[in-house]
Design a protein around this ligand. Sequence first.
Ligand SMILES: C[S@@+](CC[C@H](N)C(=O)[O-])C[C@H]1O[C@@H](n2cnc3c(N)ncnc32)[C@H](O)[C@@H]1O
Length: 255
Amino acid sequence: MARDDIERQVQEAARSFDAELHTRAFVETHSDAAQLAWMLSFLRPAPNQVILDLGTGNGYVASAVARQEPDCRVVGVDVAAQAIERNREQAREEGRSNVEFLIYDGIRLPFPDDHFDAAVSRYVFHHLPRLEISLEELARTVREKGTLVLADAIRHEGDDVDFINRFQLLKRDGHIRMHQRADFIDVVCRHGFRLVETFDSSISFTRERGADYDALIAKTPDSVLSAYAMRIDEQKMAVTFPILSAVFENLNSGP
Ligand SMILES: C[S@@+](CC[C@H](N)C(=O)[O-])C[C@H]1O[C@@H](n2cnc3c(N)ncnc32)[C@H](O)[C@@H]1O
């Protein structure tokens, strides 16, 4: 991807998510208490630890980590500047001083080597324009033996027409690619991480219909639409995507 295309894609994500992240609809659709509890049980924040939330959005995970351990420090980074400002206000209003929010360029993490004890990134990997670099950055900034918790929507095994990616690209929110389960785990392990544990869940949401969605659905086999529990009424479509959450250990040694 050329540099201009990356900048355009990051700006598209920022614009789209700034409009959505703090809406009630987004919060309701993206909340998942069981999955959050599972992630926290592996992040296990301890006093004096520093924990990264990459693509923090409205701070759903970062705030939960900060609440769980008031003596750790949490850093949430995202490309959506207005959401970051709103998160800062909320943290001030709620008197949480152990969480900070930073805007970054979507590629290079502005932190020194071995800075974090653990990192988490939830529902973000399909947006990362340079996935290989983001993984190198996580390997670099998380200390050796530190924990990495990743969660993202994945392509259903029966989706042989890449419906999930075609569908998501129509939203124009900086979507790059949702992977199949094995590819998702492989690409992380290739960057020096060891898989520890996985957790399966799902996310269901609705979207307004339009001519481009109707055209895609018309040429998609019923078996694939059923795999994503697609339901369509006059105005809206409802779909369910599988979510894979995975815990990794960083096997990379320092610089
Ligand atoms: C579906 S939201 C998930 C937000 C949050 N992690 C959560 O669990 O609710 C995807 C997030 O990824 C962010 N994002 C998109 N492209 C990004 C990039 N290149 N680097 C970091 N964050 C990015 C968006 O701004 C948005 O906050």
